[in-house]
Design a protein around this ligand. Structure first.
Ligand code: ASP
Length: 373
């Protein structure tokens, strides 16, 4: 599924120049931001009404209790640092992404297609640290990682440190389906992209004022030697992911990210590593993670949750809680996961203050959550 483009208004990019916390007085740029967000909301509403004319409830898949869960990253996400406009923009985008995947599933499409399509929506939105909204590395560039896995065949594809690929999740899928490999990185992955007809984008496609300002702040902090100071609240969140179960009973998972703020010299996180940030197996579950990638890699988080479900017979919730709320917490590893088992049970534990997350049940009911409560 590589069609269905969504374009985000340029005005939204400008609006994101302003930090989430706003002065009580309404300056002209605040009004601009509000207008931009209203436009985004209107765009979201129009898109939804065009694409989902009938009630989702009537299209619900019957086999599973839940068919799809998505996340937009875990981290220091607090009500106190969010404006109502930003909150609405996140909720609207998560809803569009979820509905895009749900629509595919409700028509009998595959979980792989649904996962890829939902992640593409979030990659194209500057709100998230993936695709368009990726954070900057210490060198002031954007390096993107993504992976996808098919729970039926255990086929998987991943790309890391790509700098010119608009939708890394789709390139990961091409690696899975059109190459004999599982993972390709950097310029090699981009060479492969060209052979597959993927149009590369210039680096400035990924430039957003909001992320650049965060980079400049962090760079100034590092240059002044105050690296022990409190990190930017934007740090380490915004990675996106999806897990889904289709009508045929097949699970899939995918994750896409710009990595961590100020990452260095070819650093690769957990998101493109099969088993760490992404895993799917029809015999157990599908998982996508977000958080401190190094801890997810060391603990093989996604695969470990699935192994616990498969071999020790614990529930999905128990397995996910044990890994995220016990193992990771004991090591000071921040983050969360979205997980779905083969019966459609879901778990969304996170040990950070918040995690953007949303899911749809078999009757078409959509739930979107952001904070810890
Ligand atoms: N897990 C990602 C990484 O370490 C970051 C994130 O989830 O926000 O690259």
């Amino acid at each position: 599924m590589r069609s269905g483009k969504l374009y985000w208004p340029n005005t939204l990019l400008k609006s994101l120049a302003r930090p989430a916390r706003q002065a009580p007085q309404r300056s002209p740029s605040t009004r601009n931001m509000q207008r931009s967000l209203l436009r985004l909301a209107a765009c979201a509403g129009l898109f939804a009404s065009l694409c989902f004319p009938s009630a989702l409830r009537s299209q619900a898949a019957s086999a599973a209790s839940f068919v799809m869960v998505i996340h937009g990253g875990a981290g220091t996400i607090l009500r106190s640092s969010m404006t109502p406009e930003m909150e609405k923009a996140y909720i609207d985008t998560l809803t569009i992404a979820l509905r895009t995947g749900y629509q595919i599933l409700s028509r009998g499409g595959t979980s792989l297609d649904a996962v890829e399509a939902a992640i593409r929506v979030m990659e194209d939105c500057p709100l998230f640290n993936a695709g368009k909204g990726a954070v900057f590395t210490a060198n002031g560039v954007n390096e993107l990682d993504a992976s996808i896995m098919d729970g039926k065949t255990l086929n998987a594809g991943a790309v890391a440190a790509v700098e010119h690929v608009r939708n890394p999740i789709s390139l990961a899928r091409l690696v899975m389906e059109k190459s004999p490999h599982v993972m390709m990185v950097g310029s090699g992955a981009e060479e492969f992209a060209k052979t597959q007809g993927v149009k590369l984008v210039p680096p400035y496609y990924f430039w957003t004022d909001r992320r650049w300002r965060a980079y400049e702040r962090e760079k100034a902090r590092e240059d002044s030697g105050k690296t022990g100071a409190a990190p930017d609240v934007d740090k380490k969140f915004g990675t996106v992911g999806a897990v889904a179960l289709d009508r045929a009973g097949n699970l899939a998972a995918g994750t896409s990210t710009g990595g961590t703020d100020m990452k260095r010299y070819g650093r690769v996180g957990d998101s493109p590593i099969i088993g760490a940030g992404t895993y799917a197996n029809n015999l157990s579950c599908a998982v996508s993670g977000t958080g401190d990638g190094e801890f997810f890699i060391r603990n093989n988080v996604a695969a470990d949750i699935c192994a616990r479900v498969r071999y020790s017979g614990v529930s999905l919730q128990q397995a996910a809680d044990d890994v995220v709320m016990k193992e990771l917490v004991a090591q000071n590893g921040g983050g969360g996961v979205i997980a779905m088992d083969r019966k459609g049970n879901i778990a969304t534990p996170f040990n950070t203050p918040g995690m953007y997350r949303a899911w749809v049940t078999s009757d078409g009911t959509i739930t979107v959550k952001i904070y810890g409560d």
